[in-house]
Design a protein around this ligand. Structure first.
Ligand code: HEM
Length: 174
């Protein structure tokens, strides 16, 4: 009988954390919006900028967007099914491609790596750990790693790519 109350407590704690994260993201977006609006001139996406970008950046963006779509389905969908496993492996492949391709993108820091590459390193380490946890049926650890990679890595790193001066800023607002 202890099991149902434990999982209910788990679910409530998870909802609370997700609401907290959503709150932080919305508050950050609202705080940044006035500053960004001053410099932004939104227009239809100028995809010629992406087409002219180096292949490594095109691969990086394609993999990141794939991971974003699959990751969203995984986050809101039912866990533990065959579909979850199939999509999960696809997500791992897309995230690994995103992280590895980013190691070759060094234009923004004059040929050197920048602090965002720490996230790439962490993704390359944490992905196998999250898969290992799933294979060991350590659901708690698996969920913590995957949610952290999705929200902390993909959403936050993706958000930063819209800062003034960066490629996606120019595609949409520049
Ligand atoms: C939706 C998610 C993402 C999008 C749309 C995206 C897009 C981009 C783009 C367009 C660039 C080229 C540089 C520029 O912006 O001018 C870039 C660079 C980079 N990205 Fe991503 N990215 C995403 C997620 C990630 C993730 C998850 C990681 C790490 C695991 C990552 C790591 C990097 C790194 C290290 C660079 C080089 C930045 C620098 O040298 O300062 N990105 N990204």
């Amino acid at each position: 009988m202890a099991q149902p109350s434990l999982s209910m407590h788990d679910a409530a704690a998870r909802r609370f954390r997700l609401k907290g994260l959503a709150g932080v993201l919305v508050a950050s977006a609202l705080a940044a919006a006035p500053v960004l609006m001053l410099r932004a001139a939104p227009h239809l996406p100028d995809l010629s900028l992406l087409a002219a970008a180096p292949v490594k950046i095109q691969i990086h963006v394609a993999a990141a967007l794939t991971a974003l779509v699959i990751g969203t389905v995984l986050m809101v969908g039912v866990k533990g099914t065959r579909l979850h496993r199939a999509l999960g492996w696809s997500w791992v492949a897309a995230m690994a491609t995103t992280a590895v391709s980013s190691l070759f993108i060094r234009e923004m820091n004059h040929g050197a790596m920048s602090w965002i590459h720490l996230l790439s390193g962490w993704t390359i380490v944490a992905l196998p750990m999250a898969v290992y946890a799933a294979r060991r049926h350590n659901v708690h650890m698996h969920r913590r790693f995957m949610t952290g990679l999705f929200v902390g890595g993909l959403i936050v790193a993706g958000g930063f790519t819209f800062l003034p001066g960066r490629l996606l800023w120019r595609v949409f607002f520049g």
